[in-house]
Design a protein around this ligand. Structure first.
Ligand code: BTN
Length: 321
C-alpha cells in the first residue's frame, strides 16, 4: 500500500494529490493514507501536506529501496528481483544464500551498509551506512568455471563506464579488476562461485563503490590509497543513480559477452586499463615480480615481461603501479 501511495504521488508531481483521490484509487481509509504518509516520511521522503490541496512529494531520499531502483531503471533483467537490507554482514554471502534458494538470473542483493564486507585476497571491505554502494549480482553463466574471471573483467568495464558517465571522473581499471581514479582505488569487485568440474552452479559478483565518503570516513591506513566519487567529483552523488547505471551497463556487457564472446569485452577492458604498457610490481601470496605489463591474454591473465626478457603469465596478484 505504501508503495502504491508513493507511485501515485510520483505520478501526480508537480501537482498536489488530494487525500480523497488516494482513498478512491486505492480503496483505503483517510486514516490509513495518513499512516502510510507518516511511514514514508520516516523513511526520508519529503511530503508536504496542504489543507484542501492534499499531498505533494517534494523530496526522495538517497536510499536504495527496490521501488526506487526499479523506477527509471534502463536494465530489463538485472534488478528485476531485488533483495534489500538496511544492514548486512556481506551482500556476497546473502547473494550466495539467495542463489541456493533459487533467485533468478540478474537478481540483485543490495544493502545500505556492510558490517563484515569481504575483499579480495582475504581482506575486508568497508561500506559505511548511506555513504558507500555495495551490491551483488546473481548470475548463472553457461560457461566452464575457468571462464568465470571473464565476468569479473566485464563487471569492471561496466562499473568503470557507469562511474565515468554518472560522475564524469576518469575511472580506469587496474588489473585484474580494481577501479581507480587518479591512481586511487574507488571500487573493488569480488566474484565468488559455486561450481562443479565443468559447470557453474551460480556466480555472485560483488561490487563495492566508494561514493559519498569524505577522506576521514576511510581508516587512516587507506587515506593515501583510497578515494570516493564525492572526493573526485567535488560534489555528493546520488548512489541510486550510480547503482542504476551500473546495472544497465552490466546487463549490456553481459549480453555482449554471451552473444559475441570475451573478445569485445577484453578489447574495451584494455582501452580502460591503467596498468598496461607500464612498469609494474605484482605481489602474489608467495612471490613478488617486477616487470613490464605487456598484455592480458584471452583468459584475463597478465603477461609480464621480466628483465631477463622472459614472459611471465600471472593469473592473480596485486599490482603496484
Ligand atoms: C577488493 O578487495 O577489491 C574487492 C572488494 C569487494 C567488495 C564488495 S562490496 C559488495 C560485495 N560484498 C562483499 O562482502 N564484498 C563485495
Amino acid at each position: 500500500m505504501k508503495e502504491a501511495i508513493l507511485r501515485l504521488l510520483k505520478e501526480a508531481r508537480p501537482d498536489y494529490l488530494s487525500g480523497e483521490e488516494i482513498c478512491k484509487s486505492l480503496d483505503v481509509s483517510r486514516t490509513a493514507v495518513w499512516k502510510h504518509i507518516q511511514a514514508l516520511r520516516e523513511e526520508g521522503y519529503e511530503i508536504e501536506a496542504r489543507p484542501k490541496a492534499g499531498y505533494l512529494l517534494t523530496g526522495v531520499p538517497d536510499r536504495l529501496f527496490p521501488e526506487e531502483i526499479r523506477h527509471g531503471l534502463a536494465a530489463q533483467l538485472f534488478g528485476r528481483e531485488i533483495f534489500y537490507r538496511d544492514s548486512v554482514p556481506s551482500t556476497n554471502d546473502l547473494a550466495k544464500e539467495m542463489a541456493r534458494r533459487g533467485a533468478g538470473e540478474g537478481a540483485v542483493v543490495v544493502a545500505e551498509e556492510q558490517t563484515a564486507g569481504k575483499g579480495r585476497l582475504g581482506r575486508g571491505w568497508h561500506t559505511p551506512r548511506y555513504k558507500g554502494l555495495c551490491f551483488s549480482l546473481i548470475l548463472y553463466p553457461p560457461v566452464v568455471p575457468s571462464e568465470a574471471a571473464q565476468v569479473t573483467m566485464l563487471a569492471a568495464v561496466a562499473v568503470a563506464s557507469a562511474i565515468r558517465d554518472v560522475a564524469g571522473v576518469p575511472a580506469g581499471i587496474k588489473w585484474p579488476n580494481d577501479i581507480l581514479v587518479n591512481s586511487k582505488k574507488i571500487c573493488g569487485i569480488l566474484t565468488e562461485l559455486s561450481a562443479e568440474m565443468d559447470k557453474i552452479n551460480y556466480l555472485v559478483t560483488g561490487i563495492g563503490i566508494n561514493v559519498n565518503q569524505d577522506l576521514d570516513d576511510f581508516p587512516g591506513e587507506l587515506r593515501s590509497v583510497a578515494t570516493s566519487v564525492k572526493i573526485e567529483a567535488g560534489r555528493a552523488m546520488p548512489r541510486l543513480k550510480l547503482l542504476q547505471a551500473c546495472l544497465a551497463e552490466f546487463e549490456k556487457w553481459y549480453a555482449v559477452w554471451l552473444g559475441q564472446g570475451f573478445s569485445p569485452v577484453l578489447a574495451r577492458w584494455k582501452e580502460m586499463s591503467v596498468s598496461l604498457h607500464c612498469p609494474v610490481r605484482i605481489s602474489t601470496l608467495k612471490e613478488c615480480w617486477d616487470g613490464w605489463a605487456e598484455d592480458v591474454d584471452q583468459d584475463g591473465a597478465l603477461l609480464l615481461r621480466l628483465s631477463d626478457g622472459s614472459l611471465k603469465r600471472l593469473v592473480s596478484g596485486e599490482v603496484t603501479l
